[in-house]
Design a protein. Structure first.
Length: 646
């Protein structure tokens, strides 16, 4: 056996190395190799003499002169107040002929200007989907964050994918570093045009448009009121979501630099707003962080409230300009007209949830997991705690998604998962391979699955050969939500298949259930259950939720585990920021009672604390710990817990 292992290991290394080289070579072809030739006209603003580059677009040149423009300011997550503002304007029949966006306001602008219903925009931005679409950009050559997934996703969900096709004229403001001028995007595919408006050097990539290098104009014009006037607006309604730092001393370099930028940004923007805006809707969100995407519903409600207060003033200005109100909510009518073209938002959100979007660019990045076991043959609903580093790679383009994982420094454990996405609208084909050079015996496992997807459930049928035993694999998951209450369940069934047929009496199964019951806003009850007859050494072995000590299992035994957890969640009114890029948003204290039953019941009780962190508001991780007392062997145990996934 040792001789075979020695022969197999170099072979596997060669295969994996070849795959990695092929994938890397496809990625190293310049991501920005597309030549984008931009024709634009140069416009000199009369009052200040400032130069703007404005994209040539029939949509702009042939359109009637806009009457009412809304200039949507930026501010990260805080700028989601813009959704509530637009909602209030629409309900009151305020006409919007032009929407101009900057930074996060640009994202809201394309959602609204495309004709997407406001209810769908609100559903999208409160679903926490958008921040989850950002990737870390390895290596950090151009930026810390890779934004291509987000831009592609936004374009996919819009009723129209090009700016010049939007039913409401839409423009996005960027700043060109080459010429030192402001740049207005008015045409082209959304996934390409939107990037420059929120590109913050270091964090988000600066865009190269055939010699023009475009970035977020926020320091110079956070609320694009001047840009709206340049495009010919008669009335400009501006929105603001200015930042305030959560401290008043600036002895640390990061604090001093951030304070300096904020002073410039607010001073420049206020001067522009005062000069060009007819009505300004100020939203007091300074105490919040630009990373507070989880507070989207609160920001939208605040924007709606602030806009409602100024509706009489807006109507007065429109009356003076002899601009009539709309008889019916304008955006509702546009949404009804575009229903035939509107993509099924639920279907797109489903594809995001199950990572089924088919990107038209190559994604390749390293994978890094610590604190949980991400083995490809194990269920995903509840993952084992594991203080071992798992690392590997992801390669994805179009219908193909390939992932590889290993652990430790010996390179004696390999896992590969290849998925063919979109075999049909709801069906994927998945291939899996596992190799482990165990001390006594090599362990091989491979299989093929067909997986069917729906928003609330999935179903799987396939075949696997695990350690020289063939299995028929059946699986399913269910996820239901009732307001703040959640129910999730998963089942895996492996039935041995030999030359005589299926041995149902020897089938192995894993059944997992997890509930989250909201007792009140800050208190949850979380029962969970695991029932399985798998052995501890099986590739598809049950997860361990008993925190007293690990229950070993042998062939033929049925193990029942349950846990009841009462958790108190302290959510900071204003999330704490560390080094301006790490966000501490919640602390959780919990107590639990665990049970497992094999031949007799075993009990454990304990308590712990968990801390949730976010990198730039988009990459969650957690750490904490708990102490547990096992009632059967009267022993105490302390554990540090981590969950890091990049």
């Amino acid at each position: 056996m040792r001789k075979n292992r020695c022969l197999c290991k170099p072979l596997i290394l060669n295969i994996i190395g070849t795959i990695c080289l092929l994938l890397c070579s496809s990625y190293l072809a310049p991501v920005r190799a597309e030549v984008i030739t931009r024709s634009y006209r140069i416009f000199e603003e009369e009052e200040t003499g400032e130069i703007f580059f404005i994209q040539n677009s029939p949509h702009v040149e042939k359109a009637e002169k806009p009457r009412v423009a809304v200039a949507l300011g930026g501010g990260g997550a805080r700028a989601l107040v813009n959704v509530g503002i637009l909602k209030a304007l629409d309900e009151e029949g305020i006409p919007v002929d032009l929407v101009v966006g900057s930074s996060m306001g640009a994202i809201v602008a394309v959602l609204y200007g495309s004709g997407m219903p406001l209810a769908a925009i609100e559903e999208l931005l409160t679903s926490d989907i958008l921040p989850s679409m950002f990737d870390l950009n390895f290596p950090f050559l151009y930026s810390v964050i890779d934004t291509r997934k987000v831009n592609y996703f936004i374009e996919r969900i819009l009723p129209h994918q090009r700016l010049e096709e939007f039913p409401i004229q839409t423009a996005l403001l960027s700043y060109d570093l080459t010429h030192g001028v402001k740049y207005l995007h008015t045409s082209g595919p959304v996934s390409r045009e939107i990037q420059g408006s929120y590109s913050i050097p270091l964090f988000f990539p600066v865009v190269d448009y055939d010699g023009l290098f475009l970035m977020d104009p926020g320091v110079l014009e956070l609320t694009p009121a001047q840009a709206a006037k340049v495009l010919g607006a008669d009335v400009v309604i501006s929105t603001t979501a200015f930042d305030e730092l959560p401290y008043d001393t600036y002895d640390y370099p990061v604090r001093a630099w951030t304070r300096f930028i904020n002073i410039l940004k607010e001073r420049n923007s206020k001067a522009i707003i005062d000069r060009y805006s007819d009505v300004t809707i100020n939203c007091n969100v300074g105490d919040y962080s630009f990373m507070d995407y989880h507070l989207a519903a609160d920001f939208i409600a605040l924007g709606y409230y602030e806009a409602q207060k100024l509706i009489p003033e807006i109507k007065r200005v429109l009356s003076e300009k002899e601009i009539p109100l709309k008889q019916a909510p304008e955006h509702t009518l546009l949404a009804e007209e575009s229903d035939a073209e509107q993509l099924n938002l639920a279907q797109v959100l489903r594809d995001i949830k199950y990572e089924r979007l088919q990107y038209d660019f190559t994604r390749i990045k390293p994978l890094l997991y610590f604190g949980r076991n991400y083995s490809i043959f194990k269920q995903e609903l509840i993952r084992d705690e594991e203080n071992a580093l798992q690392y590997g790679f992801l390669w994805h383009k179009g219908k193909l998604d390939l992932r590889g994982l290993t652990r430790g420094a010996g390179f004696d454990n390999y896992q590969l998962k290849l998925r063919l996405i979109g075999l049909t609208k709801n069906l994927d084909l998945i291939g899996k391979l596992h190799y482990d050079a165990a001390p006594k015996q090599e362990l091989w496992g491979y299989g093929v699955d067909l997986k069917y997807y729906q928003p609330a459930f999935t179903g799987t049928i396939g075949w696997a050969d695990l350690d020289q035993t063939a299995y028929l694999h059946n699986a399913g998951t269910v996820e239901l939500n009732w307001g703040k209450h959640e129910f999730q369940a998963a089942v895996d069934l492996y039935t041995p298949a030999d030359g005589r047929g299926l041995a149902f009496n020897d089938a192995k199964f894993v059944v997992v259930q997890s509930h989250k019951i909201s007792v009140r806003d800050d208190l949850t009850l979380q029962p969970s259950l695991v029932v399985s007859n798998t052995e501890s050494g099986d590739l598809f072995a049950h997860p361990l939720i008993y925190r007293g000590f690990e229950p070993e299992t042998t062939e033929g035994e049925t193990l029942v585990q349950s846990a009841m957890e009462l958790a108190y969640h302290y959510r900071f009114p204003y999330s704490l920021e560390i080094l301006q890029c790490i966000q501490l948003k919640e602390l959780t204290w919990y107590s639990f009672t665990d049970l497992y039953y094999k031949l007799e019941p075993y009990y454990a009780v304990g308590a712990g604390m968990n801390c949730e962190l976010n990198l730039l508001g988009i990459k969650p991780s957690s750490f904490g710990g708990y102490v547990v007392y096992d009632l059967n062997d009267t022993s105490w145990k302390g554990v540090l817990s981590f969950d890091i996934a990049f």
